[in-house]
Design a binder for this molecule. Structure first.
Ligand SMILES: *Cc1c(COP(=O)(O)O)cnc(C)c1O
Length: 448
């Protein structure tokens, strides 16, 4: 295993690297430990209850977001095989990837076109439901399309939802928040993508731009919400509700795996690769995947070489007490969904007994894979969302990744393995910008 000094040196020089988590436990031991250290974490029943809350809101989703009518108001993305991509990478990695490779296409999630439609939507509907129940205008048995009624909108319109965001969380909260009648204020850093800012403003969201990075935008949001009883702050760094909302994805994925007759068991391991920013989305999903699949699932997070905050926090054991700026990393990445300098301490600690590891990836590779995925499968992802697609390559062609397979007795099982790369966003990217991404990827010389 790599020494921590060696790892930090690679991070400082923006070299792609892979860290294997030395503190991972068997899932039984991990959950026993977490029950003591984090008794507030959701158990499987709590995740199912969150899924049911989302289902209660299905009639409202259908009326507010007609694109959800086909799925009967369920906000879910398809699990898609990507065999052409799997073949296309061979010349660039110099060999094959064993196993069956899928994309979990959260780029196609309704409402906000990214993984943030899971946690973000969940936290806001939970808040809306709580207010309506308190006010006595809602029964849990009611048809929740009533949330479109004036009576509900005027109640919720008294409240302002505040959130700090690099872009996609703001888009998600802004869209669902405004649809329910809330006022919404989104604090963003100055490097937020212009089209995301415009889209939010067109929905009547108050966007406040800050001359600083994401953590400061979050802190500003927290401060502005604190003094006002009619303000509700969505805390991307610590929110339990976001975490639970993301966790629901594991139940949905399990059903898709069953429906598609994919085997997951001791001889058919499942590998899941999740792009990581502050950690909430991949953290909630990883946690619940371990609840659902136990020791048969192996989970890696993926971060840009210029924003490896979770790797730095977990590998040093300092969690949110260290930021990438502390080791002079500049946070300059086009993967705006992942451009976070300080990871969630809560998520880092929860993942310590569960996670297999974290790898980093350069922006050039994100763009090159964006191009290859588009050429081979006609799929369009935003740069952040490609990070999970180098996971299987790292497993076989990074020496630390390969050693991890060997150490876990997995090498002889890899023909029967399933790889799921989480494609975390993309469908809202304007066509002209997507074209420029694809062109940029095409122009890069390809090694993967
Ligand atoms: C936010 C985001 C992530 C990561 O989620 P975190 O909760 O910040 O770790 C990954 N991909 C995209 C496209 C995102 O917007």
């Amino acid at each position: 295993m790599k020494s921590i000094d060696h790892l930090i040196d690679e991070m400082k020089h923006y070299k792609e690297t892979l860290w294997v988590n030395p503190d991972k436990l068997s899932s039984k031991k991990a959950f026993e430990l977490l029950l003591i250290t984090h008794p507030e974490l959701p158990n499987i029943e709590a995740v199912i209850a969150a899924d049911q809350r989302l289902k209660r809101f299905a009639p409202f989703f259908i009326s507010a977001f007609p694109e959800t009518s086909e799925s009967k108001g369920i906000i879910e993305s398809p699990l898609l095989p990507i065999p052409e991509f799997q073949k296309s990478v061979i010349p660039f990695v110099g060999g094959r990837i064993l196993g069956n490779w899928y994309l979990k296409a959260d780029n196609l999630l309704p409402i906000s076109g990214s993984i943030k439609a899971r946690g973000g939507v969940y936290e806001i509907i939970k808040f809306a439901e709580t207010l309506a129940l308190q006010e006595g205008i809602l029964n849990p048995q009611d048809d929740y399309s009533c949330f479109s009624d004036e009576k509900f909108k005027s109640l919720l319109g008294k409240y302002t939802i505040v959130v700090g965001s690099t872009g996609n969380l703001g888009l998600s909260i802004g869209t669902i928040g405004r649809a329910l009648g809330f006022k919404v204020m989104v604090h963003m850093s100055h490097d937020a993508k212009a089209w995301k800012i415009e889209l939010l403003r067109s929905k009547g969201v108050n966007v406040v731009l800050h001359d600083s990075d994401y953590s400061v935008a979050v802190a500003e949001g927290r401060n502005s919400a604190m003094s006002d009883p009619y303000s509700y702050f969505v805390d991307d760094e610590n929110s339990y509700e976001l975490f639970v909302g993301y966790a629901v994805a594991a139940l949905r994925l399990k059903q898709q795996i069953i429906d598609q007759k994919i085997n997951v068991n001791a001889d058919h391991p499942l590998f899941v690769y999740l792009p990581c920013g502050v950690g909430g989305a991949p953290g909630g999903i990883a946690y619940a995947l371990k609840l659902v699949f136990g020791d048969n699932v192996f989970i890696f997070l993926a971060e840009p070489t210029h924003a490896p905050c979770m790797m730095l926090g977990m590998a040093t054991g300092k969690y949110d007490r260290i930021s990438v700026g502390d080791i002079d990393i500049d946070l300059k990445t086009d993967a705006d969904g992942l451009a976070v300098g300080r990871a969630s301490g809560f998520v880092g600690q929860v993942l310590t007994p569960l996670l297999d590891g974290i790898y980093t990836i350069s922006d050039d590779k994100l763009y090159f894979m964006l191009y290859i995925l588009h050429e081979s499968e006609s799929m369009k992802l935003e740069p952040s969302a490609l990070a999970g697609l180098s996971g299987p390559i790292k497993m076989f062609y990074d020496s630390e990744g390969f050693s991890h397979l060997a150490a876990n007795g997995l090498l002889e099982k890899m023909n029967d393995a399933t790889h799921i790369s989480w494609g975390t966003g993309g469908s809202l990217v304007p066509d002209s910008i997507m074209e420029s991404y694809i062109k940029k990827g095409q122009g890069l010389s390809g090694t993967l």
